[in-house]
Ligand binder design. Structure first.
Ligand code: ZN
Length: 127
C-alpha cells in the first residue's frame, strides 16, 4: 500500500494558494500601442479598490490606505476584494487575500526568531 506524501500535499496547497494570489499581477502588460484600454482598466481597478476599502471600518481603512500594498503578494490592497486584517504581534497588518495569511505569519515568526536570537558574533569573549 503506497504511503500518501502528506508533507508534499501540504506544501503544494500552500504554494498554490500563494501562486493563485500573485498570478494576476504577473499578467504581462500589453507592449505599447494599447494605452487607452490599459488606462480604462486601471481606472476600473482603482474604482474597485476604492469600493473594497470602503467596506472596511473607518479605522481599518486608514491603516490599509497608509499601507497601500500587501506585504506578501505585493498587490494593491483592495485589488483582490476587501483586504484581510491580520494581527501580527498586536500590530494590524493588511493583506490582499487569505492566501497571504500563512506567508505573512510565517514571515513574522521568522523575523521574531531572528530578532530574539542571541547575536553570537557581537558577544564579547570573556572566557
Ligand atoms: Zn494576497
Amino acid at each position: 500500500m503506497p504511503r500518501l506524501p502528506l508533507l508534499t500535499l501540504c506544501c503544494a496547497t500552500l504554494l498554490s494558494l500563494a501562486v493563485g494570489c500573485a498570478d494576476p499581477s504577473n499578467a504581462p502588460a500589453p507592449a505599447g500601442g494599447a494605452s487607452a484600454p490599459a488606462a480604462a482598466s486601471a481606472d476600473k481597478e482603482a474604482a474597485a479598490i476604492q469600493e473594497a476599502l470602503a467596506q472596511l471600518p473607518e479605522e481599518d481603512r486608514k491603516i490599509a490606505e497608509a499601507q497601500k500594498t500587501c506585504p506578501i503578494g505585493k498587490d494593491l490592497l483592495g485589488s483582490m476584494g476587501v483586504p484581510v486584517k491580520v494581527d501580527v504581534d498586536g500590530k494590524p497588518v493588511f493583506i490582499c487575500c487569505e492566501g497571504c495569511r500563512t506567508a505573512l505569519l510565517a514571515k513574522a515568526e521568522k523575523e521574531k526568531a531572528a530578532a530574539a536570537a542571541p547575536a553570537e558574533e557581537s558577544k564579547p569573549t570573556q572566557n
